[in-house]
Write a protein that binds this ligand. Structure first.
Ligand code: ZN
Length: 712
C-alpha cells in the first residue's frame, strides 16, 4: 500500500483550569514568532506549554465566534463568512505544532496529553459547528447570495460560501433535539476511536522485533542492509525500512513467513486489537450519514470531491480492474515460475517480494542495490530541490533555526524574484516515537491577513529512510542511500510541499493542499514521474564515493523496469480502494441500540469481510488469521475514509498531466508556468476547471495505461 499521504488537517480544540500567569509569561505560544520568518521556536517549547495554549486558544476562539454570532449588524459575506476564516489563530498555532510533533516525535507524554485533550477539543469543534446563531447567519448569507446570483462575490468567495454552508449541514447544524444529542455523542466517540486505532498500530508496529543470528540468518541480504542490521543489534523490525528489504532479499523462507505473519497480524487480536474498533468506527460513520439523510457514509463524504458519488468511484475502480486484471495475473504467474525453480509449488504472500525481486534482476539486471550508490540522500536532495528550481525558479537555502530533533533540517524557500515563499522542514529518519510512513504537513499555512499582510507557510516533509552509518570521513561510513522507491517517495512528498509552498490564496481554508481529496495527490504523484527521466537523473545521480555519473545503460534498464509489475501494483491499490468503499457503503443502521455486528452481520467476522471485499482483486493465496484492515491507518485514523480511491483517481490525472509535459518539453517554461498556476490556486477554482486550464482538455485514462505498459 502507499505509505505516503498528507497528514489530515487538524482543526481541533480544550478547556479546564485557569493557567498560572507566571507560566504564561514564558509560554512561547503566547508570543508572536518574528525571528526567521516566524519559524517555530522548538528549542523553547516544552510539553507543559501545550495545555495552557490550547485552553487560551479555545477561550479566544469562543469569544471570536460569539462576536460574529451576535454581531448586531445584518449578516454579510464579510462580517460572517470571511470573519470565520480568521477565528482561532492561537488554537491553529498550537494545534499545528502539537499534532505534527505528536506524529513524528510522539513521546508517551505527548500521546497521553493528546488522549486527555481529545474530548475537550472535540467538544469545542462541535460547539462551533452546532452553534445555531452562527449557522443562521451563514444560512442567511447563503440564501441572500443565491437569490442575488452570487453578485459581488468572486469565484473563490462563492466556493468558500458554498463550502462553509455545506460544511455546516454536514456537521449536523440542522439537527434538532435528540438527533442533535446523538450527533454529538457519535462525533465524540469517533474522535476517541480513531485516535486509539492509530495509537494501537503505532505501538504494535514499534514494539515488535526479532533478533537475527548473524551466523545463520543473513542469507541473501545485501551489504547495505546487513550493515543497518548490525547497527541495530541485528534486530529486524516491522518499521518499513527494516521490514521491506528483508522481505525482498532474505533467502530464508521461514523467517520471511514469520515476519509476514507478524506484520499482517498487527492489531488483529490481543492488547492492541483493532477489530472491534473497526466495527464501531464504520457503524458510527454510517450513523452520521443516517442522521443527515445520506444513503451511506461514502455518499456523504464524496459530495465535495471530483468524483462526487460512490458510483463514479466504483466505476473507475472497476474500469481499471477490467483493464489491468489479465496483465496482473500474468505478473504473478511469472513470479510463481521463478519460485518453482526453488521447489515452491504454491507461491505464498511472503514469497512474492523475494521472487519478484529475483525476476526483476534477471529480466532487467536492475535492483535497488545497483541504484543505491547513485542515490545518496544528499544527492537526491539536490536533484529534488533542483527540479523545483528548474521548473518554477524557486531555490532552497539551509538555515539554522531551532528544530525538534537533531535529524531535522530547515530550508528557506525563495522565489525567482527573491521574495520569500516559506520554510521547508525535512525529517528523514525513522525513530521509535515516529509514526511509520511518509507525509507532508504544515506547522502553519499560507493566507492573506485581514490587514492585507501575508502569512507565508511553514511546511514539513517526513520520511523514514535508513540512517547514515558512522560519521562522515570515518572508516566504514556510508551515507543514507535511497532505493528507487524511497527516492520516489521523496519526490512525492516534495510535490505536496510545493503545493503548500507556492500557494497564493486569500483565505486559509482554500490555500495550499486544502483541496478536494481526490485532487490533492495530483501535485505529489505528478512529481514522481521525473524519476524515470534521464534529463532529471543527469542532474544529480552520481556515485557517492567516485562521483561517477549514473551509467546510461543503468538508466535504460531502469526505464524498462518501470512497467515491471505495474498491473500487479495497480490491483493491490484497487483492492485497498475497494475495501475502503465496502466499509463505507454499508447502508442504514437499523437499530442504534444494537451492536455493530447485530446491525451488520457481515461485520461479525472482519477477516471474512476483508476477504470478500478484496476477492475481485485477489492474486495471491489467502493466509488465515492475517488482515490489512487492522492497520489501515489511512482510512481508520487518517483522513482517507471513503477516499483511498483518490490515489488512483489522481494517478489518472498525474499521468495525463505528465504526458502534457512530455509532449511540450519536460522543462518547458510555458508548461511549467501553467502547472504552477494549478499549484498556486489551492481550492479557489473548481478542480476539474483548474485542470482544464492547465491542459486545455479533460483528462483521460489512456496516459496511465500507456505509462504502465498496458496500452502500447
Ligand atoms: Zn500523498
Amino acid at each position: 500500500m502507499r505509505t505516503t499521504c498528507i497528514a489530515a488537517a487538524v482543526t481541533a480544540v480544550l478547556l479546564g483550569s485557569c493557567s498560572n500567569p507566571n507560566q504564561d509569561m514564558n509560554n512561547p505560544f503566547f508570543e508572536e514568532w518574528t525571528a526567521n520568518h516566524g519559524a517555530v521556536p522548538f528549542d523553547r517549547i516544552r510539553t507543559e506549554h501545550y495545555r495552557p495554549a490550547f485552553e487560551r486558544g479555545i477561550a479566544d476562539e469562543d469569544r471570536e465566534i460569539d462576536a460574529i454570532a451576535h454581531n448586531p449588524e445584518a449578516p454579510t459575506f464579510q462580517n460572517t463568512i470571511e470573519a470565520l476564516e480568521y477565528t482561532g489563530a492561537l488554537l491553529s498555532k498550537v494545534s499545528g505544532v502539537f499534532y505534527n510533533i505528536m506524529e513524528c516525535d510522539g513521546t508517551d507524554d505527548m500521546l497521553a496529553l493528546a488522549e486527555e485533550m481529545q474530548p475537550m477539543l472535540s467538544k469545542h469543534a462541535l460547539d462551533i459547528s452546532l452553534n445555531e446563531e452562527l449557522f443562521k447567519r451563514v444560512q442567511t448569507v447563503w440564501e441572500q447570495a443565491k437569490a442575488n446570483d452570487f453578485a459581488g462575490l468572486d469565484e473563490a468567495q462563492r466556493r468558500l460560501l458554498r463550502d462553509r454552508y455545506e460544511g455546516y449541514l454536514k456537521a449536523g447544524a440542522t439537527l434538532q433535539g435528540e438527533a442533535r444529542e446523538r450527533w454529538r455523542a457519535v462525533c465524540s466517540e469517533l474522535d476517541s476511536l480513531t485516535l486509539l486505532y492509530g495509537q494501537n498500530v503505532q505501538k504494535a508496529t514499534g514494539e515488535w522485533s526479532y533478533k537475527l543470528n548473524p551466523d545463520t540468518d543473513l542469507e541473501g541480504l545485501p551489504n547495505f542492509y546487513v550493515e543497518s542490521l548490525r547497527e541495530n543489534d541485528w534486530k529486524v523490525t516491522l518499521l518499513f525500512p527494516s521490514y521491506r528489504p528483508f522481505m525482498q532479499y532474505s533467502a530464508r523462507r521461514d523467517l520471511r513467513e514469520m515476519l509476514y505473519r507478524a506484520y499482517n497480524t498487527r492489531c488483529t487480536s490481543g492488547q492492541y486489537d483493532n477489530t472491534d474498533i473497526i466495527r464501531r468506527i464504520v457503524t458510527l460513520r454510517q450513523e452520521k450519514a443516517d442522521l443527515l439523510g445520506y444513503r451511506t457514509f461514502a455518499d456523504m463524504r464524496l459530495t465535495d470531491t471530483m468524483a462526487k458519488t460512490p458510483e463514479a468511484v466504483n466505476r473507475l475502480l472497476n474500469q481499471l480492474l477490467d483493464a489491468y486484471k489479465k496483465a496482473a495475473v500474468a505478473d504473478v504467474a511469472a513470479v510463481a515460475d521463478v519460485a518453482k525453480r526453488d521447489g515452491i509449488d504454491q507461491l505464498q504472500p511472503w514469497d512474492f517480494s523475494y521472487y519478484s525481486e529475483k525476476l526483476k534482476t534477471e529480466k532487467y539486471n536492475f535492483n535497488d542495490s545497483l541504484i543505491k550508490p547513485y542515490f545518496s540522500l544528499e544527492k537526491v536532495k539536490q536533484g529534488v530541490f533542483g527540479l523545483a528550481t528548474r521548473l518554477y525558479g524557486v531555490t532552497f537555502h539551509k538555515i539554522d533555526v531551532p528544530v525538534y530533533n537533531p535529524d531535522v533540517e530547515c530550508f528557506e524557500v525563495i522565489d525567482s524574484d527573491s521574495s520569500f515563499m516559506g520554510l521547508l522542514y525535512t525529517d528523514f529518519f525513522p525513530r521509535e516515537t515516529k509514526r511509520p510512513g511518509a507525509w507532508m504537513t504544515e506547522f502553519r499555512g499560507q493566507h492573506i491577513n485581514p490587514d492585507g499582510t501575508e502569512q507565508r507557510p511553514l511546511i514539513q516533509i517526513v520520511m523514514s529512510f535508513s540512517k547514515p552509518i558512522g560519521q562522515p570521513g570515518a572508516e566504514g561510513y556510508t551515507p543514507s542511500l535511497l532505493t528507487y522507491e524511497e527516492a520516489q517517495t521523496f519526490l512525492h512528498e516534495f510535490g505536496h510541499s510545493l503545493h503548500g509552498l507556492l500557494t497564493r490564496c486569500k483565505y486559509p481554508s482554500q490555500s495550499g493542499t486544502n483541496v478536494a481529496h481526490d485532487f490533492v495527490e495530483l501535485p505529489s504523484q505528478f512529481n514522481e514521474n521525473f524519476l524515470g527521466k534521464k534529463e532529471f537523473l543527469d542532474t544529480f545521480a552520481a556515485d557517492w564515493q567516485t562521483g561517477e555519473a549514473i551509467p546510461q545503460d543503468l538508466i535504460d534498464r531502469l526505464h524498462r523496469a518501470q512497467t515491471y509489475n505495474a498491473a500487479y501494483s495497480c490491483l493491490r491499490q484497487l483492492s485497498f480502494g475497494m475495501l475502503d468503499m465496502k466499509f463505507h457503503t454499508l447502508g442504514a443502521v437499523a437499530d442504534v441500540t444494537r451492536t455493530p455486528a447485530e446491525n451488520f452481520p457481515q461485520l461479525a467476522d472482519i477477516e471474512q469481510f476483508e476477504r470478500d471485499a478484496m476477492a475481485p482483486t485477489k492474486l495471491l493465496a489467502t493466509v488465515p488469521g492475517t488482515m490489512m484492515c487492522t492497520s489501515f491507518t489511512h482510512i481508520f485514523s487518517g483522513g482517507y475514509a471513503a477516499g483511498y480511491y483518490g490515489y488512483k483517481w489522481a494517478e489518472v490525472l498525474d499521468a495525463d498531466a505528465f504526458a502534457v509535459f512530455e509532449r511540450e518539453g519536460l522543462f518547458n517554461p510555458e508548461t511549467a508556468k501553467r502547472f504552477r498556476h494549478l499549484l498556486e490556486s489551492g481550492d479557489m477554482i473548481e478542480p476539474s476547471e483548474l485542470y482544464r486550464q492547465f491542459k486545455g482538455a479533460d483528462p483521460s485514462i489512456d496516459a496511465l495505461m500507456r505509462r504502465d505498459g498496458i496500452l502500447k
